[in-house]
Design a protein around this ligand. Structure first.
Ligand code: G3P
Ligand code: CA
Length: 240
């Protein structure tokens, strides 16, 4: 059973204010008053789940090339911005537990390794995450990852992640046992939100950095928005 979602989810922590997907970014999201954060998980070459968005290191670190080509020790030597290192999933979850943050673990499509990534990441998370805390929401653009998440962590809620609603969304949500559909916000008209909600699924919207836009989406029935600037949204008029 999924716990009620907070209206604002810190995207990659507070990615508009701190280096994304770093411990500093998650700590800042907590300082700003977020109750939940989202982050991206993929595997290092030695199969340690790390929190990092892109396939390659170039945009967010002083390294280059595929994340999956380096071991954790090699990844840890890189600067992920402001002197931060790329965190492991375990480090991020530990901080989230300390700061009482609920979590959305996004499994990144990872060159055919989705099943392995899901297995390793959710096994590691399951060993750390206490049963009396809000269950992590597991989301992915990859059907294979969601399918496998259902096997590995059947009781954790799942979110079907897509830029726009796929034609077969009802069947896919059913096959993967999803509780939410997480879509790009620009696609979410009032009619589309209503149609999804009528099926019993919750709607989440990414990535929303303007207060007026967030208010409009909440008014339409969107449960939560992912934001790089939670500071802009947390004081907003939340009319659910
Ligand atoms: O989960 C919402 C959002 O993070 C999905 O897109 O590319 O930012 O991981 P992306
Ligand atoms: Ca993400």
């Amino acid at each position: 059973m999924m716990s009620p979602l907070p209206p604002v989810i810190g995207h990659r922590g507070a990615a508009g204010l701190a280096p994304e997907n770093t411990l500093a970014s998650f700590a800042l999201a907590a300082d700003l008053g977020c109750a939940m954060v989202e982050f991206d998980v993929r595997l290092s070459a030695d199969r340690v789940p790390v929190v990092f968005h892109d396939d390659i290191l170039d945009r967010c670190t002083d390294g280059f090339g595929p994340v999956a080509a380096l071991t954790l020790a090699q990844l840890k030597r890189l600067d992920a911005g402001g002197g931060q290192s790329i965190p492991t999933l375990a480090e991020v979850l530990t901080l989230c537990l300390e700061r009482h943050l609920a979590v959305n673990i996004e499994i990144k499509p990872d060159g055919g390794r989705e099943r392995e990534t899901t297995d390793i990441a959710l096994s590691a998370a399951g060993a750390l995450w206490p049963s009396d805390r809000p269950l992590p929401l597991v989301s992915s653009f990859s059907g294979k990852a969601l399918e496998w998440a259902r096997q590995v962590a059947p009781h954790w809620p799942r979110g079907l992640l897509a830029e726009r609603l796929p034609p077969a969304w009802r069947r896919l949500a059913d096959v993967y046992g999803c509780a939410t559909i997480n879509l790009r916000h620009s696609w979410l008209t009032a009619a589309r939100v209503a149609e999804i909600k009528a099926s019993g699924l919750e709607v989440l919207a990414y990535t929303v950095n303007r207060k007026g836009r967030a208010e409009k989406l909440w008014f339409r029935g969107v449960s939560a928005v992912f934001s790089d600037r939670p500071d802009f949204l947390l004081g907003a008029n939340i009319r659910m």
